[in-house]
Design a protein around this ligand. Structure first.
Ligand code: FE2
Ligand code: FE2
Length: 240
């Protein structure tokens, strides 16, 4: 049910499959001088995620905790992480920090990242892009690791099922299946399609990612720019 996969040099994906909801939850651990955890996972899986991360680094040494937006799978266990890692600071959008994170889940104040700001963790460089309502939520953003061209893309490219950790085959068809499935139930309108969606996805495509790392589903290694335009087409087809 859980596995660890290195998706780019020293970027590891920790994956947990929950059969009841047919969904994988993934966290990404960057092993570097200043270790970075992207997505904390929910409080309910904190102990399990911590034990997996302990196979890679000493969890106490985590310096940065990043996430896209305020939601349980993104940052629900932030306080638990900050209790065991004394130097761990959350990094997120200004909106995330002031609207929710500092009050609800942070043990210490988060560091708000400006659009385009870069965090250097040692050999890795993470650029922050503020992307309101992409994938969803006002406070949403993305981190892009510039050396490996890895886009940590949160709920974009969400694929249900216990899928393979990493693939060179396209993942947009599976994303479409998930979106159609969600439209028919209580998770309808999961991702909004707004007048600004195309423009924001273009910014992500212009980064020309080589690795696309969603929170739910397989990591894709290939032409990320084309994959993002294919994803936009699917969103227009299903949600437009
Ligand atoms: Fe989300
Ligand atoms: Fe999510």
């Amino acid at each position: 049910m859980t596995q660890i996969t290195e998706i780019a040099p020293d970027i590891f994906k920790i994956s947990t499959f929950i059969p009841e909801t047919n969904i994988q939850f993934q966290q990404f651990l960057v092993r570097d001088e200043e270790p970075l955890l992207y997505h904390t996972g929910m409080k309910g899986i904190f102990q399990m995620v911590k034990d997996l991360i302990a196979k890679l680094i000493d969890p106490k040494t985590i310096r940065w905790v990043g996430f896209s937006h305020f939601e349980a799978d993104e940052c629900g266990a932030l306080r638990e992480w900050q209790e065991i890692a004394p130097d761990a600071t959350a990094i997120c959008s200004f909106v995330s920090k002031v609207v929710s994170v500092d009050d609800v889940v942070a043990e210490r104040p988060a560091k708000a990242l400006k659009d385009g700001e870069v965090i250097v963790t040692g050999k890795s460089r993470f650029r922050f892009l503020q992307t309101p309502h992409v994938p969803h939520a006002w406070d949403a953003g993305h981190l892009f690791e510039e050396n490996s061209a890895t886009l940590l893309c949160s709920d974009l490219f969400h694929q249900n099922g216990d899928v393979e950790p990493i693939t060179n085959s396209e993942i947009v068809s599976r994303f479409k299946e998930t979106l159609i499935e969600y439209q028919q139930g209580p998770f309808a309108n999961y991702l909004p399609l707004t007048s600004k969606t195309a423009q924001m996805l273009k910014r992500l495509a212009d980064l020309k990612p080589k690795t696309i790392a969603p929170m739910h589903g397989s990591t894709y290694v290939g032409d990320g720019e084309s994959a993002i335009y294919d994803l936009l087409k699917v969103m227009k087809d299903v949600l437009g």
